[in-house]
Design a protein around this ligand. Structure first.
Ligand code: MRU
Length: 393
């Protein structure tokens, strides 16, 4: 059973509490998500009381972005353990919810291992559940710390690459507080630049087809008072040509052993543009996004999503439902994925190609910034060295 419901909080801003939290009301533990499908129109929380509900939230992008998927996966295992479900089955459901962001499997496996270790040491069900929850909380905290360190390393790199800087940064998709235990990855670097007065402008790609840039990054930029402008993805080329982009900052869903970077579809064309125009193309991701078991870019599984996300345009978002009511009307931006009709923009029956991600080869990436430091040039050896460093800690 997928058991979830929407809630609005009277007089409280769910966004103030972050995109995900664990709660233990009298009816039993729950994972509470800020429903990203409904942003920016409204801040509504989605309460997941079981693992199928959380899996559904992951598939429909109520919760999304690589680092947060790892955190969600770990809390999902904690939910299974606390509610007495089969932990191995829950872990496999969660890990299989989306294929590309390696953090999801990482978070799920870490939590499941904590459960196995506790049981192996003779813990009872309650103690084992507590051990998994502690592990999920640790991962959550570590991600917040990583975010802070990435912002520091990223800002230092920007200052080194663009001396005298007042930076005009182009970003794609959404990589801020909404995807993280902290302030995010690429967005956190732009935010750090903004705070020290060195962000002249943030160019925000709308990020077709699900508009993570328009709906979420513009929302985060506005909340932080950052000067920003939204553009269609296809307008980026002319912006580079007119010399208005100093650097590209993006996140990553998986970095292969050779340094290839999978990120939101549209990242690779930006890397090609950046190279042509001699603009640094910088990837910011925690070391948990590096996957040494994936040899190269061609080995990365790219999620293919419903063509209806392309052939049908999102309309206005649905209104909020009353506190505690059933999830309510699905926001139109996600209707296509859920099978309800959106506004058709192509002839009936048109097939659409809709990969959620693309892969940028390492030679087009100026630098990978992680919490452990910067890899540049981006090579297999550099990535291996970074991993050796982070796994020693
Ligand atoms: O499909 P999404 O919205 O989960 O895709 C998210 C992205 O592609 C982000 O750029 C990536 O996860 C990095 S976030 C730090």
């Amino acid at each position: 059973m997928a058991d979830q419901y929407a809630q609005t909080l009277d007089g409280e801003q769910p966004s103030a509490t972050g995109p995900l939290r664990w709660e233990e009301p009298p009816e039993g533990p729950v994972v509470v998500l800020l429903d990203q499908r409904r942003l920016p129109a409204e801040e509504v929380e989605l309460v997941c009381t079981d693992v199928p509900a959380l899996v559904d939230a992951i598939r429909t992008l109520a919760v999304r972005g690589a680092p947060l998927l790892g955190i969600a996966g770990a809390y999902g295992v904690a939910l299974a353990a606390a509610r007495g479900y089969d932990v191995a089955e829950a872990a496999s459901l969660l890990e299989g919810a989306r294929p590309t962001a390696v953090n999801l499997g990482h978070g799920v496996r870490r939590a499941a291992e904590a459960y196995g270790t506790a049981v192996g040491r003779g813990a009872d069900v309650r103690q084992a559940a507590a051990a998994v929850l502690a592990e999920a909380r640790r991962l959550h905290r570590e991600d917040a710390e990583a975010s802070e360190r990435m912002a520091r390393h990223g800002l230092a790199l920007l200052d080194e690459l663009l001396p005298g800087g007042s930076h005009r940064i182009l970003t794609h998709c959404n990589t801020g507080r909404l995807v993280s235990g902290g302030e995010g990855t690429a967005f956190a670097v732009a935010l750090a630049a903004h705070r020290v007065g060195r962000l002249r402008h943030l160019w925000v790609d709308e990020t077709r087809p699900l508009l993570q840039g328009a709906r979420l990054t513009a929302y985060e930029a506005a909340r932080n008072g950052m000067a920003h402008t939204l553009l269609t993805d296809s307008a980026a080329g002319s912006l580079f040509a007119s010399g208005e982009v100093d650097a590209v900052l993006i996140g990553a869903d998986r970095i292969a052993a050779d340094g290839s970077v999978a990120n939101k579809v549209g990242s690779y064309p930006l890397a090609v543009l950046a190279r042509y125009h001699h603009v640094p193309f910088i990837v910011v991701a925690p070391s948990t996004t590096v996957d040494l078991e994936t040899r190269d870019g061609a080995s990365i599984e790219v999620e293919q999503r419903s063509g209806r996300e392309v052939t049908e345009l999102p309309g206005p978002l649905a209104p909020a439902t009353a506190a505690g009511a059933a999830a309510g009307p699905v926001p139109r931006v996600f209707e296509a994925a859920s099978g309800v009709s959106g506004a058709l923009v192509a002839p009936v029956g048109t097939r659409a190609h809709n990969p959620a991600f693309d892969v940028t080869p390492p030679e087009l990436v100026t630098a990978v910034v992680t919490e452990e430091g910067v890899v540049s040039p981006v090579t297999g050896a550099g990535i291996a060295e970074l991993c050796a460093r982070s796994r020693q800690v």
